[in-house]
Write a protein that binds this ligand. Structure first.
Ligand code: TXA
Ligand code: MG
Length: 310
């Protein structure tokens, strides 16, 4: 076994925190069966104690053992999309403790595909609770360097795994209440899910989840979304030093300009690194050119709306 992975598994067994790469974003991992480890995880993240975390596994069998009931739709999605960027919310079994579910009767589970995550999960042999490896409410990390910038010495080890391929957090489907409900859009789109299961709309009764808070995934610099046709006018009107995230070519009047891919997967992959870069540019405002309204942009639009909220 890779000595770094062995060391990481040892740290987790001793109740420590290991940040590791997944195909979506980097996760901050702790032993899902240890109350003490999870307590430290929440303290480092600065996350309220009643927020549930996703538990990660190396295989479908281990993951589904955390569920009390596995509805047919859940098994279909698990078999089709795991390992991969999908989280399922299911009624929890006694293996899923209150401290990972935030006291809710459901648990979030996922089998990631990143080879380093897989190696770590196999070496550890149990569930690893892992929220994104950023402080609460901030931009999720998509490189090991982002994790170190955010968490510094509060994390015992950061495993290197290159830039995250998907770039935004997993798609979350809640199946804990019978019907399948899309709670968080991601790389696996609504249309893709609907090839396999019928999806119902989110309601007031859907479980709480922090990704559902209005302002989340936020840069420190105020950010505003602007439709393409209004971008030019907005730039000429502004006195402030502005940074722009756009599809088009840089405008000379603007201090800092990042050009993004015109297709949603490439855009998602670059999004969080781009927001971090613009946030660090020392501008008073970030202007974001709104992405198209088309369904394939839903996940990117969701993250941008949150980054621009508040
Ligand atoms: O891609 C991802 O999902 C990444 C990587 C590391 O796997 N993880 C991630 O975790 O984004 P986190 O904690 O930042 O976001 C997890 C979301 C939160 O909105 C959380 O509240 C929700 O999943 N969640 C987890 N368990 C839940 C449950 N039992 N019921 C409802 N929502 C749940
Ligand atoms: Mg997060």
């Amino acid at each position: 076994m890779n000595p770094e992975i062995r060391r990481a598994a040892g740290i987790l067994r001793a109740g420590g925190l290991v940040a590791f790469p997944t195909e979506t974003v980097y996760g901050l991992g702790a032993d899902a069966s240890s109350a003490k480890a999870i307590e430290r995880l929440y303290a480092v993240k600065g996350r309220p104690g009643n927020h549930p975390v996703i538990v990660h596994f190396d295989s479908l069998e281990r993951a589904l053992a955390y569920a009390r009931e596995v509805p047919p739709a859940a098994r279909i999605l698990a078999e089709r999309f795991w390992p991969g960027p999908l989280t399922l919310i299911l009624k929890r079994s006694e293996k899923a403790k209150d401290f990972v579910t935030g006291g809710q009767p459901s648990v979030g589970i996922r089998v990631p595909s990143h080879p380093v995550a897989q190696e770590l999960l196999k070496a550890f042999g149990g569930g690893i609770a892992a929220p994104s490896a950023n402080r609460f409410g901030r931009i999720s990390p998509t490189t090991a360097a982002h994790v170190r910038e955010d968490l510094g010495s509060d994390v015992d080890l950061v495993l290197e795994g290159g830039p995250s391929e998907v770039g935004i957090e997993s798609t979350i489907v809640d199946l804990s209440g019978g019907a399948a409900v899309l709670l968080r859009p991601g790389r696996i789109s609504k249309a893709e899910l609907e090839k396999y299961v019928e999806l119902k709309e989110k309601t007031e009764a859907s479980p709480r989840h922090s990704g559902g808070l209005e302002r989340h995934y936020s840069p420190r610099t105020p950010a505003r979304m602007v439709p393409t046709h209004a971008l030019d006018k907005e730039i000429s009107r502004l006195q402030d030093k502005v940074a722009v995230l756009a599809f088009s070519r840089p405008d000379e009047r603007v201090d800092y300009w990042l050009r993004m891919p015109r297709e949603p997967q490439g855009y998602a992959q670059k999004l969080y690194a781009a927001l971090r870069e613009l946030d660090g540019a020392g501008c008073e405002l970030i202007l974001v050119e709104a992405p198209p309204e088309a369904a394939e942009w839903a996940a990117v639009r969701d993250r941008l709306e949150r980054a621009c909220a508040g």
